[in-house]
Design a protein around this ligand. Structure first.
Ligand code: ADP
Length: 247
């Protein structure tokens, strides 16, 4: 297995937007005694919104875990360009709403990678946290407990935590699932704005409309790539019928 981190190399004719932020080839990964992903080859293009689509259990979260660096491939190649660790935003449901954390404390945890857990934040960290709270429109909720918030507000607090990590690669696990249309739209707009500001965004999603509006799509079936490319080319009626009918 080969995992490489390197700074992007660009020829004068290569636009930064067209280079791969992550490239993987013949990748296998999973859990002890439970292989999930196999023979995955593809890439996450810099400065795009990429949607990971596939039925439950097809390996979307596992692939996010690999991209985040928390699940190590069992074989294959994974090349990451860029110097920053990815920021990973877990599924909202995976974050206990009984945790006695305020929104500000939740976002401050995004600084722990730089500062270390429970360390005092410095002035720059506080500026980063304030900017992330404002950017996600949760500044006025900073003193509220996470468990008191609506699903959309909680999701925005979690994305703000991801932003506080100051990464150029944001990985999100179903950020809009279970939200009402208004909250969903707000999050979609925020993520689109982040891409415009220079962040590469990858989101696992069940929402085919969200996936169709992405710049690129990876379609997973049983841990294998059933398609990748522009959503219009990947999410065809026949491909979706083939995958969902075999369930
Ligand atoms: P998706 O996100 O597409 O629903 P997952 O990546 O969560 O798919 O799951 C892929 C497969 O891996 C499923 O069969 C799931 O049961 C299994 N799986 C997920 N997490 C674990 C884990 N921590 N340990 C063992 N198996 C897991």
């Amino acid at each position: 297995m080969k995992i490489m981190f390197k700074t992007p190399r660009q020829s004068p004719t290569t636009s930064p937007a067209r280079t791969a932020r992550v490239h993987f080839a013949d990748l296998y990964a999973g859990y002890p005694g439970h292989p999930v992903l196999s023979q995955l080859s593809g890439e996450i293009t810099r400065l795009t919104m990429t949607a990971l689509v596939g039925p439950n259990g097809s390996g979307k979260s596992t692939l996010l875990g690999v991209l985040a660096g928390v699940i190590h491939p069992t074989s294959g190649e994974l090349h990451c360009t860029g110097e920053r660790q990815p920021a990973y935003v877990p599924q909202r449901g995976a974050v206990g709403d009984s945790l006695p954390l305020t929104v500000r404390q939740t976002v401050e945890m995004g600084c722990w990678g730089r500062r270390g857990p429970w360390r005092r934040l410095n002035g720059r960290d506080r500026t980063v946290v304030d900017a992330a709270l404002d950017r996600l429109g949760v500044g006025d909720l900073a003193a509220r407990q996470l468990g008191e918030l609506s699903g959309g507000q909680r999701q925005r607090a979690l994305i703000a935590q991801g932003l506080a990590q100051e990464s150029d690669l944001l990985l999100l696990d179903e950020p809009t699932s279970g939200l009402d249309p208004e909250a969903r739209e707000r999050i979609e707009e925020l993520l689109t704005a982040l891409v415009a500001d220079g962040v590469t965004v990858v989101q696992a999603t069940h929402d085919l409309e969200v996936a169709r509006r992405a710049n690129a799509c990876l379609l997973l079936q049983d841990g294998r790539l059933a398609g990748q490319g522009h959503p219009e080319e990947v999410l065809t009626t026949s491909a979706l019928a083939r995958i969902w009918q075999t369930l």
